[in-house]
Design a binder for this molecule. Structure first.
Ligand code: SF4
Ligand code: SF4
Length: 368
């Protein structure tokens, strides 16, 4: 892993900046001079992916997978960019019959992106969606950690999901997972990795859960880049159960998304807009439906990027909760510092100045 340091020289502009050695280039060059930084970006993602035997780029010769923004064309016997869907006799299917995942229970209220606004943390909403008048002490969340992702984030805070992708294990069927919901389970949260590459499994599990329980909220935490066909089912499940969809809006600028996450963010932003419309169409249930979050990656995702994202969210609905997440050095970016207090404050101010009414700093204990 990289040695921790505060600043270094950008290999393109030569300026002393907060630059991660994994990329070797600064934020400004990514935004202003993409052709010059692209080779460094591709190399950084190749390094990060080859260790886990993941395809270095979305494959482009074979059957079409339309599951997510990457739109891989996967040849027989190959896997897509997510490493979990594979080409099989002219189709693209999941590599396993169940899904690759780990699960555990979290006591409520838990360290969830939406906990500051959802029924589990606040008791908001009617008793239709909430087990108590205040925070749901005595209840638990079933946390479902999918072992694959269709993004390739160099700052990944849950990077170890890649070990599951590589091993294609453990595999859990929808029925077995749904059976983990007991009378003390107030919510199920599908995250990872990301639910997108195995989202049919999350949908099937949710349907089984909702058939057997009338008071379990279904929530998703995602990069939001799945096919709209699946997003629409996820939205129905979350809305009907009183749960929420938490979108990780990692970047505003598409070049920044390619640099940090290896992929395009346009499906994410369009899907977020679609969910805001969906929520407006269906009306207020008294509990939040759509929640946004952004990880504050020092040197890359700072005040300016947050202001753009917050402006976008506010243009849809100023009441959408927005959680800014303090950064912990991880995966390929262990050399970046933690989010500083000054940076956190500036980002919070920028989000509020954009007009958002419900903004908070998550993982505040990480601010250094
Ligand atoms: S889910 Fe996305 S990343 Fe995986 S094979 Fe399909 S298009 Fe590619
Ligand atoms: S999973 Fe949903 S209901 Fe449970 S704590 Fe998180 S946002 Fe709240």
């Amino acid at each position: 892993m990289n040695e921790r340091r505060e600043t270094s020289t950008c290999s393109v502009c030569g300026r002393e900046r907060l630059v991660s050695a994994a990329l070797g280039v600064c934020r400004q060059c990514i935004l202003d001079n993409y052709p010059a930084v692209e080779p460094a970006i591709l190399k950084a993602h190749e390094r990060a992916r080859s260790e886990f035997k993941l395809p270095l780029r979305p494959p482009s010769d074979g059957a079409q997978c339309a599951q997510c923004v990457n739109m891989c064309k996967v040849g027989d016997g190959e896997v897509g960019y997510c490493g979990i869907r594979r080409g099989d006799d002219g189709n693209v299917i999941r590599s396993t019959r169940g899904a690759v995942l780990q699960w555990h229970y979290d006591k409520l209220p838990t360290n969830c992106v939406a906990e500051f606004v959802c029924p589990a943390g606040t008791g908001c909403g009617s008793r239709k969606y909430s087990r108590s008048n205040g925070a749901e002490h005595g209840y638990k969340n079933l946390a479902v950690f999918y072992g694959a992702c269709n993004f390739s984030c160099l700052f990944c805070q849950n990077w170890h999901f890649r070990r599951l992708t590589k091993a294609k294990s453990p595999v859990v069927s929808s029925n077995r997972l749904a059976a983990k919901v007991d009378r003390k389970t107030a919510c199920v949260c599908f995250f990872g990795g990301d639910p997108a590459p195995q989202v049919e499994h999350a949908i099937e599990t949710s349907e089984i859960v909702m058939e057997k329980n009338d008071k379990v909220r279904i929530c998703f935490e995602t990069n939001g880049s799945m096919n709209r066909r699946y997003l629409s089912k996820m939205a129905d499940l979350s809305y009907d159960s009183g749960g929420c969809i938490k979108f990780d809006l990692k970047t505003w600028n598409v070049r920044m998304n390619r640099a940090l996450c290896g992929t395009d963010n346009r499906w994410t932003l369009n899907n977020f807009r679609w969910l805001a419309d969906y929520s407006a169409r269906r009306g207020d249930r008294g509990v939040p439906f759509l929640v946004a979050s952004t990880l504050l990656v020092p040197g890359y995702i700072e005040e300016e990027e947050v202001a753009e994202l917050a402006g976008f969210i506010a243009s849809l609905d100023e009441n959408i909760p927005y959680s800014l997440l303090a950064f912990s050095p991880a995966f390929q970016m262990t050399d970046l510092p933690k989010t500083s207090e000054a940076e956190a404050r500036a980002c919070l101010e920028a989000a509020k100045a954009a007009g958002l009414e419900r903004v908070r700093l998550g993982n505040a204990h990480l601010v250094g």
